[in-house]
Design a protein around this ligand. Structure first.
Ligand code: SAH
Ligand code: SF4
Length: 367
């Protein structure tokens, strides 16, 4: 029989560590020491934790391990965007992207290997679901990036100022791991990133949004992509289960818990001829009237076989201007890292294409 897999220490929040210490018959204050070793000094072995007793180190090593995702490949774009291919514990590969801007640096991390939700314009969705990442693997991505970028921006306090869960996967279908990871990103004993600058993005898993309301105050982004249910049903299949009105209600409830000055981000991927027409902008402006949000327009990032096209820049600007004229704060997300396929919806790790995988299964099954 195989030995049971050890717990992934990198994903432990302070309160979870305190509970573990209690089980080991140790004092709670060691949690703070351990977190600093893990997330401030980046040690990867128990021996180096010199301010805790030998007994505790041995006991910890017996039940836990420190497993930082392994870097398989790094690519840097001509615009400074960097993309990592990382190995998860399940041995699948995931992707992470760092986007440097004038005053901030945004890290885009993955929450799952693949995704089950199958949005029609998303490369990750095309591959189907493979596995959930552990909390340690999610926060471990931040750990990899913070170390790698430590000396690259000497004029700034920190290279990674923002984290968005907009890489591979649907974070709200892996909340048991996402919540502790996000807590560690925001905790001063972890990465100390402001709650306003850690953003969880969802395609609209309403029960997940309701759970967020009780568990976190991180920022929320909604992948809306359509001004009505008819179009959204086609683009984002989960809309058939949780239609727009239900989704926006859940978001309103979450926004209320965040306080007055904070809003939800609405993501809207513009697809040529599908959801980018003047009437769509008008309908969207009406739909979001009075809703506390800012809108991010993302011109579609093509990938082979997607069947969609990116609208021209004039159409994108016209769409933006219509929303602005209706009083909505609206930004266009410029595509970065084009030369290394680092844009939204282009991340794919090394999960085999779903159609290929299905063909293989059929073959095995003799079909
Ligand atoms: N599953 C989550 C987070 C990951 S996707 C979600 O859907 O929100 C991050 C964002 O990229 C989402 O808004 C998603 O709809 C968008 N996206 C996916 N594929 C894209 C593509 N090819 N071009 C532009 N945006 C895309
Ligand atoms: Fe999954 Fe988000 Fe892609 Fe939809 S857009 S398939 S929810 S990763």
């Amino acid at each position: 029989m195989n030995a049971p897999e050890k717990l992934d220490l990198l994903g432990f929040t302070q309160s979870q560590l305190v509970a573990l210490l209690e089980e080991l018959g140790e004092k709670p204050f060691h949690a703070e020491q351990i977190l600093k070793w893990l997330h401030h000094r980046f040690v990867s072995d128990f021996e180096s934790m010199t301010d805790i007793s030998k007994t505790l180190r041995v006991n910890l090593a017996e039940v836990t391990e420190i497993h930082q995702p392994e870097v398989l490949q790094v690519q840097t774009s001509t615009d400074g965007t960097r993309k990592w291919l990382l190995k998860a514990r399940s041995s699948s590969a995931i992707e992470m992207v760092f986007i440097p801007e004038d005053t901030r640096g945004t890290l885009c991390v993955s929450s799952q290997v693949g995704c089950a939700l199958d949005c029609s314009f998303c490369s990750t969705g095309k591959q189907g679901f493979n596995s959930n990442l552990t909390a340690g693997e999610i926060v471990g991505q931040v750990r990899v990036a913070v170390q790698a970028l430590a000396t690259d921006y000497p004029d700034r306090d920190r290279a990674v100022t923002n984290v968005v869960l907009m890489g591979m996967g649907e974070p709200l279908l892996n909340l048991d791991n996402v919540l502790p990871a996000v807590e560690l990103m925001m905790d001063d004993l972890g990465y100390g990133i402001s709650k306003r600058k850690v953003t969880i993005s969802t395609s609209g898993v309403v029960p997940g949004i309701e759970r967020l309301t009780e568990t976190t105050d991180a920022s929320l982004a909604i992948s809306l992509h359509a001004p009505n249910d008819e179009i959204r049903d086609q683009l984002v299949p989960i809309n058939r289960k949780y239609p727009i009105a239900v989704l926006l209600d859940a978001c309103r409830a979450y926004a209320r818990t965040l306080g007055e000055k904070r809003t939800v981000t609405i993501e809207y991927t513009l697809l040529d001829g599908v959801n980018d027409q003047p009437e769509h902008a008008a309908e969207l402006a009406t739909l979001l009237k009075g809703f506390p949000c800012k809108i991010n327009l993302i011109p579609f990032n093509p990938f082979p076989g997607s069947g969609y096209k990116r609208p021209g820049s004039t159409a994108v600007r016209a769409f933006q201007n219509r929303l602005i004229a209706a009083g909505h704060a609206t930004m266009v997300r410029t595509t970065r890292g084009d030369d290394i396929d680092a844009a939204c919806g282009q991340l794919k790790g090394n999960v085999e294409d779903k159609t290929r995988r299905q063909a293989k299964y059929r073959k095995i099954a003799g079909g």
